[in-house]
Design a protein around this ligand. Structure first.
Ligand code: ATP
Ligand code: MG
Length: 378
C-alpha cells in the first residue's frame, strides 16, 4: 500500500486537505475578475491551493493559464514559456491551434513537437525583432481568447518575485501592467514566497505592480481541518488512530503543512505493520525525522556565524515565536549583547531563510531544525 502522505510535490486530489474557506474565497475573486497577490512563507501550500482552485474553475468553464517563473532566467525564456501556455489554451487539433497562434502571436515562430498522445507547440523568435509589438501580442492573447469565447480567464504567475532577477529595467512588468489593467475578463494572480521581494514588487509606489490586486496572505491549514485530514488518511489505510494523536502531531509541527506531511509520512512508514498509532509514537516519529535530517542541520549550523547561532539557540529555548527579540529582557536573559549585532544576525538568518517573519514574529522556517536545536543545546 502506498504511503498516503506526500511532501516535496504539489498536494492534489486526495492528498489535499480541504482549505475550504480559501478555495471559496479565491475562486470567487477569480470569477469576479479580481487580480490577486497570493503570498505566504515557504511551503505553506500556495501552489497546491491555486492548482486545486484552477481545477475547479475549469469545470465551470473558466480558461486557465498557470506559469511557474522559478526556472525562467531571461526575457526570451519567459516569452517562449508564456506563449506555450497560450497555445495550450487555444484548444482543438494541431491545425486549429497553429492557425490560432499565428493569428494571436504573428511575430513568434511556432514549432510543433509530439508529446505522448498529443502535441505541444514551442516558440522561438528572431532576437532582432522589435520587442514592443511582440510583447503586446503576448499580453493581449489571453484576454482576446476570453472575449472571443465569452468566458472568464485566470492567469497565474507562480514564484513571480523571480522576475525581478532578470527584468532589471522593469520593461516586462511595465508592459504587463499596461495591458493587464484593461482586461476585466481576466483575473491575474501573482504568487510568491519571498516576502520582502513580493512586498517590494507590490507595495512600493514606484513599481509597476503597485497595488495591482487584492492581497491574499495564505496562513497555515486550520488545526481542526488538518487534524481531521490526518486521521482520515491514516484510517483509510488501515490505521487505528488513538484519540488525540493528530492533535499531538500538529502541536509538534506547529501546523506547518509541509512538515506535518513529513512527520505523518515517517509515522506511517514506522508503524504500518502495527497498524496502530498512539500518542507516544509521535515523538518517535520526530526522532526519526531529525535523524534523517541531522546531516543537513549540521551543515547549516556549520555555516552560521556565532551571533546567529546564539540567537537561534535562544529562540529555540524560548520555544515560542512570541518573543520581543530586541527587548532588553530577552537580550540580557540570553546574553546576546547589543541590539545592533543581533539585528545583523537576524538579517542574515532571514536572508538564508532559516528564520521567517510571520505577522511580526520570527519563526523557524523548519520546525524540525528548532527541535534539533532544542535537543542539542545544554
Ligand atoms: N492543502 C494541503 N493539504 C495537505 N498538504 C498540503 C496542503 N498544502 C500543502 N501541503 C503540503 O505542503 C507541501 C508544500 O506545498 P506547496 O508546494 O503547494 O507549497 P508552496 O507554498 O507552493 O511552497 P513553495 O514556497 O516551495 O512554493 C506539499 O508537498 C504538501 O506536503
Ligand atoms: Mg509553490
Amino acid at each position: 500500500m502506498r504511503n498516503p502522505f506526500v511532501y516535496g510535490k504539489v498536494a492534489r486530489g486526495e492528498c489535499f486537505a480541504d482549505r475550504a474557506r480559501e478555495v471559496e474565497e479565491l475562486s470567487a475573486d477569480i470569477l469576479a475578475g479580481q487580480n490577486v497577490i497570493l503570498f505566504s512563507p515557504r511551503r505553506y501550500g500556495k501552489t497546491s491551493l491555486i492548482l486545486e482552485v484552477l481545477d475547479r474553475l475549469r469545470t465551470q468553464g473558466v480558461l486557465t493559464v498557470y506559469l511557474d517563473l522559478f526556472r525562467i532566467t531571461s526575457e526570451e525564456e519567459f516569452v517562449a514559456a508564456y506563449a506555450r501556455e497560450i497555445a495550450r489554451l487555444c484548444g482543438g487539433g494541431m491545425k486549429a491551434v497553429l492557425k490560432k497562434v499565428r493569428e494571436l502571436l504573428p511575430r513568434l515562430i511556432p514549432r510543433v513537437s509530439l508529446k505522448g498522445e498529443g502535441f505541444e507547440v514551442e516558440f522561438t523568435f528572431d532576437l532582432r525583432v522589435e520587442r514592443e509589438p511582440l510583447l503586446a501580442d503576448l499580453f493581449e492573447a489571453v484576454a482576446t481568447i476570453a472575449r472571443e469565447r465569452g468566458r472568464p480567464a485566470a492567469v497565474v504567475f507562480d514564484e513571480f518575485q523571480e522576475i525581478a532577477r532578470w527584468d532589471k529595467g522593469e520593461k516586462i512588468q511595465r508592459t504587463m501592467r499596461a495591458h493587464f489593467q484593461h482586461h476585466p475578463e481576466v483575473s491575474y494572480v501573482f504568487m510568491g514566497s519571498k516576502r520582502h521581494l513580493m512586498h517590494e514588487l507590490f507595495q512600493n509606489k514606484n513599481r509597476p505592480f503597485y497595488r495591482f490586486g487584492k492581497h491574499f496572505p495564505l496562513g497555515k491549514i486550520p488545526k481542526e481541518e488538518f487534524a481531521a485530514f490526518i486521521r482520515a488518511r491514516f484510517e483509510a489505510t488501515g490505521f487505528d488512530v488513538q484519540q488525540g494523536v493528530p492533535e499531538r502531531i500538529l502541536e509538534l509541527t506547529e501546523n506547518h503543512p509541509y512538515y506535518t506531511q513529513v512527520l505523518c509520512h515517517v509515522l506511517w512508514d514506522l508503524f504500518r505493520d502495527e497498524g496502530r498509532l498512539e500518542a507516544g509514537h509521535v515523538e518517535l516519529g520526530v526522532e526519526e525525522v531529525i535523524a534523517r535530517e541531522a546531516h543537513a542541520f549540521h551543515e547549516l549550523w556549520d555555516a552560521l556565524p556565532l551571533k546567529a547561532r546564539q540567537l537561534l539557540v535562544a529562540l529555540a529555548k524560548e520555544g515560542t515565536p512570541r518573543v520581543e527579540i530586541y527587548s532588553r529582557a530577552f537580550l540580557e536573559k540570553h546574553n546576546l549583547g547589543p541590539p545592533s549585532s543581533v539585528q545583523r544576525a537576524v538579517e542574515r538568518l532571514l536572508e538564508d531563510e532559516v528564520l521567517e517573519r510571520v505577522n511580526g514574529e520570527y519563526e523557524f522556517t523548519d520546525v524540525f531544525f528548532k527541535r534539533w536545536l532544542q535537543r542539542e543545546s545544554p
